[in-house]
Design a binder for this molecule. Structure first.
Ligand code: AGP
Length: 366
C-alpha cells in the first residue's frame, strides 16, 4: 500500500521498484495501435489544435526540469518542432516573451512547487497556452492548468524523486509521438515508437533485477569526493538527473557535463581520484562517446559506463549493462541505473535516504 514500506528499507527503494508498474499505469489507454499514435484526452487539443502548435516549452524545477529537457529532445526528434526546457524558477523572473503558438508544459510531481505555479500564473496572465503534467490529482498546478496529463505514479514519499520523474519523461514521449503523428512522423515510425513504449515496463524491470551488480559498482567508488556524469545529446539530461540524484542523497559532489564540452575546460579536473559515469547508448553517436571515454582514460580518470552497446574490451573500469530499447527512449532507460547507483552509494555512506538534509519534498516557498 501507498504509505507503507511493504518490506522495503525506505521509500526511495520501494518507489524505484514500483517504476515498471507506474509506467504501466501511465500507459493505460494511451497507446493507439490502430493509428500508431498516442491518446492524451486530458490535454484537450484535437488534431487541428495540435497542428497549430509551432513550438513547445517545458517548465519545471529540479528533476522535473531535467525530465522536461528529455521531453524537449523527444519533441524535436519526433515532431520536428523547436522545443526547449527551462527552470520555471528562472522563467518567472525574467519577464519572458509569451508566444501564442507555443505549447507550454508545466511539469511537477507535487503540483505545489511555488516557482512552477508562479510560472503558470504568469503564462495565463499573458494568454499563453499551458497544460500541466502533474502527479498529484487536485493539486494547485493541476487545478490552475485545467488540462494536461496525469502521471498516475501513485504517491511519492522519498524526497529524491524516481518513479514520478520516469513517468514524466514517459508522458513526454507520448506527447512527442502525438505531435509527431499529426505531422510527418510516418506510420512505420509511429508503430516503432508505440511498440517501444509498450516494451518499456519490462525493460525497466530487467534493469531493476540487476540491482546487486549496480550496488557493487557503487561500493567500489563510494570513497570518491566528486564525480562527473557525462552524456551527449539525447542522454545529456539523463546525466544531469544522475548527478542530481547523487548530490541529493549521498552529498557527494557531482557535476553533469556534455561529452563534447569536456575538452573545453572540465577535463582539467580529471585524474585518478575523479570517476566519470558516462552514458553510452547504442546509437549513431557511439563512436563519439567511445572517443570521449578515451580522452578521460588518457588522463587517468576512472570510467563507469552505463551502456547497451558493445564497448571495446578493457576500455572502461566498470560497466553497468542495460537492455536495448528504441533509441529515442534510451534516456528514460539509462536513468534507472543512475538512481540505483546513487541509492547504493548513499546507503554505503550511511545517509538518511528518504529525508536528505536541507531538502523538502515539495518546495512551496519562494
Ligand atoms: C528531485 O529528486 C528533487 N527532490 C527536486 O528536484 C524536485 O524534482 C523539484 O523540487 C520539483 O518538484 P515537483 O516535481 O514536485 O514540482
Amino acid at each position: 500500500t501507498d504509505f507503507q514500506l511493504d518490506g522495503y528499507d525506505n521509500f526511495m527503494h520501494k518507489e524505484m521498484h514500483e517504476q515498471p508498474e507506474a509506467i504501466r499505469r501511465a500507459l493505460l489507454g494511451r497507446l493507439d495501435e490502430r493509428f500508431s499514435t498516442a491518446r492524451l484526452g486530458g490535454i484537450n487539443l484535437d488534431a487541428r489544435a495540435l497542428r497549430a502548435v509551432r513550438s513547445v516549452k517545458f517548465l519545471g524545477c529540479g528533476s522535473a526540469y531535467y525530465a522536461g529537457q528529455i521531453g524537449a529532445n523527444l519533441v524535436e526528434e519526433l515532431a520536428r518542432l523547436p522545443a526547449d526546457a527551462e527552470p520555471a524558477s528562472e522563467f518567472r523572473y525574467r519577464n519572458p516573451v509569451i508566444d501564442g503558438d507555443t505549447l507550454y508544459v508545466a511539469v511537477s510531481q507535487s503540483g505545489e512547487t511555488a516557482d512552477t505555479l508562479a510560472a503558470v500564473r504568469e503564462l495565463q496572465r499573458k494568454g499563453g497556452q499551458v497544460i500541466g503534467v502533474v502527479n498529484v490529482v487536485g493539486s494547485a498546478i493541476a487545478r490552475e492548468c485545467g488540462h494536461g496529463v496525469l502521471l498516475h505514479s501513485g504517491p511519492e514519499v522519498s524526497v529524491a524523486s524516481t518513479k514520478a520523474v520516469t513517468s514524466m519523461s514517459f508522458s513526454f514521449a507520448l506527447l512527442a509521438l502525438l505531435l509527431g503523428r499529426v505531422r510527418d512522423l510516418s506510420v512505420a515510425n509511429g508503430t516503432r515508437l508505440v511498440n517501444g513504449l509498450a516494451a518499456l515496463p519490462e525493460l525497466l524491470a530487467e534493469i531493476l533485477a540487476t540491482e546487486d551488480q549496480i550496488a557493487k559498482v557503487a561500493d567500489r567508488f563510494h570513497e570518491a569526493r566528486g564525480m562527473f556524469f557525462i552524456g551527449r545529446v539525447r542522454c545529456w539530461p539523463a546525466a544531469r538527473e544522475g548527478a542530481q540524484k547523487l548530490k541529493e542523497i549521498s552529498y557527494v559532489h557531482a557535476e553533469a557535463y556534455q561529452a563534447s564540452e569536456l575538452k573545453h575546460g572540465p577535463l582539467a579536473l580529471i585524474d585518478e581520484t575523479m570517476p566519470s559515469v558516462v552514458l553510452v547508448p547504442d546509437d549513431e553517436l557511439l563512436a563519439k562517446n567511445v572517443g570521449t571515454i578515451e580522452q578521460i582514460k588518457a588522463r587517468g580518470g576512472p570510467v563507469i559506463a552505463v551502456t547497451n552497446a558493445d564497448l571495446p574490451a578493457g576500455l572502461v573500469d566498470a560497466e553497468i549493462r542495460v537492455p536495448h530499447a528504441t533509441p529515442e527512449l534510451d534516456p528514460i532507460l539509462l536513468t534507472i541505473p543512475l538512481q540505483l547507483f546513487a541509492y547504493h552509494l548513499a546507503l554505503r555512506l550511511g545517509r538518511d535516504i528518504d529525508k536528505p538534509r536541507n531538502l523538502a519534498k515539495s518546495v512551496t516557498v519562494e
